[in-house]
Design a protein around this ligand. Sequence first.
Ligand code: SF4
Ligand code: SF4
Length: 76
Amino acid sequence: MAKRAYEISIDETLCRSCAVCWEICTPDVLGFQAPLNKAIVVTQTQCTGCRLCEWLCPDWAIVVHPKSDTKSKVAA
Ligand code: SF4
Ligand code: SF4
């Protein structure tokens, strides 16, 4: 069975560089970019879709969704 692909959107204007997301992401999908240490996506293909980063980000800066979601939203 094909692995499901996920899209991770990070709003860097909301990110306050707290490090929660890249610390809890065990597949190391997330990292940070110097000098401001804003969260970035490093290896999107490794994302399991667990959504821990989305739930635990204190500033609601991250949204995770399956790539196939886009079609159903357009049709609504
Ligand atoms: S958890 Fe949210 S605020 Fe903290 S570094 Fe990640 S994206 Fe930024
Ligand atoms: S959904 Fe899970 S695996 Fe994907 S980036 Fe967030 S914490 Fe990492």
